[in-house]
Design a protein around this ligand. Structure first.
Ligand SMILES: Nc1ncnc2c1ncn2[C@@H]1O[C@H](COP(=O)(O)OP(=O)(O)OP(=O)(O)O)[C@@H](O)[C@H]1O
Length: 283
């Protein structure tokens, strides 16, 4: 009887530890590449050290302060991680999906791929953000509203150097150009490649704050990059770019081989790593 109750208690503790470990690991994963990650790690370290010291040395005042500080710390964390929390809640509440038939998506991807190829060949820098579940309205308002059919000619005109709208990003919503000349949030993320410029950082920034997909044509190199969830897949060949876009916007047509391709491409990422279980496709 005693053995059975010991066993039950052991399993209860084991399950508790596993659940806690999964929760802590998921929180760490979600926040590890964010602005507040170091602050969070610092706060946790200070708290653990102080708690240990106060309980071992029976420091009553410190113990009292730690208990009272816990509530303040919760409020501080809400403030520090406000953008990340807003993003997570927006994802939970988002219900709008990329609602086109596969034929329309393929046609659009053909047109879009042609446009980026022409921009890349002409070495004209460009930045696009595809709105998905989460509205990009607030970023649209930083630029000029357009509401036009997307064509390679329009993209080339917008991003032609020295034209009024060439600075900033173009927002594409529901296969239409919603706005251009938009200012996207610039990511503060630490990247392995220190030469990453503002255009690429803006692509990372907008995809950290929303579920948008960003595409960058580098003015310097003519290289194409795709960014999702703050993860930049750089220097894609035109063929890889097209395949990757299909993988993202036509997920139901993916095969296991595509998954492998995705992992290979992710290995080229700068500044972040990803496990094969990380799905890049949110819709
Ligand atoms: N916050 C922003 N939102 C949108 N576009 C931006 C933002 N910041 C910079 N850009 C665009 O990026 C251009 C500057 O790019 P920069 O050369 O710094 O970036 P890069 O990542 O090195 O890209 P490239 O490889 O094209 O040079 C600006 O002219 C502007 O059009």
């Amino acid at each position: 009887m005693q053995l059975l109750s010991n066993l039950a208690s052991f399993w209860r503790h084991a399950i508790e530890i596993i659940i806690l470990w999964i929760c802590i690991y998921q929180i760490y994963r979600a926040f590890k590449s964010t602005r507040g990650a170091r602050i969070l790690v610092g706060l946790v370290l200070v708290l653990v050290v102080l708690t240990l010291l106060s309980s071992v040395l029976e420091l009553k005042v410190i113990e009292w302060i730690i208990t009272r500080a816990a509530a303040l710390l919760a409020v501080a964390l809400l403030i520090i991680f406000q953008p990340e929390l807003r993003n997570a809640l927006a994802r939970l509440g988002s219900s709008k999906f990329f609602s086109f038939s596969n034929t329309q998506r393929i046609e659009f991807l053909d047109t879009f791929s042609l446009a980026v190829t022409q921009l890349a060949n002409a070495r004209e820098g460009a930045l696009f953000a595809f709105e998905r579940g989460i509205s990009l309205k607030e970023h649209q308002e930083t630029g000029v509203e357009i509401d036009a059919v997307f064509t390679p000619e329009l993209a080339k005109t917008v991003f032609f150097p020295k034209t009024p709208l060439h600075d900033g990003g173009m927002i594409i919503a529901e296969n239409r150009v919603a706005a251009a000349g938009c200012v996207f949030p610039v990511s503060n993320k630490e990247l392995a490649d220190r030469s990453t410029g503002l255009r690429h950082r803006a692509a990372i920034g907008i995809t950290e704050e929303s579920d948008a997909v960003a595409v960058v044509v580098s003015e310097e190199t003519g290289m194409l990059s795709i960014c999702i969830d703050g993860r930049l897949e750089r220097n894609l060949s035109h063929e890889d770019f097209r395949n990757r876009m299909e993988q993202i916007f036509l997920p139901e047509e993916n095969t296991d081989d595509d998954e492998e391709d995705s992992d290979t491409q992710l290995a080229r990422e700068t500044g972040s790593t990803s496990s094969s279980s990380d799905s890049l496709v949110s819709d």
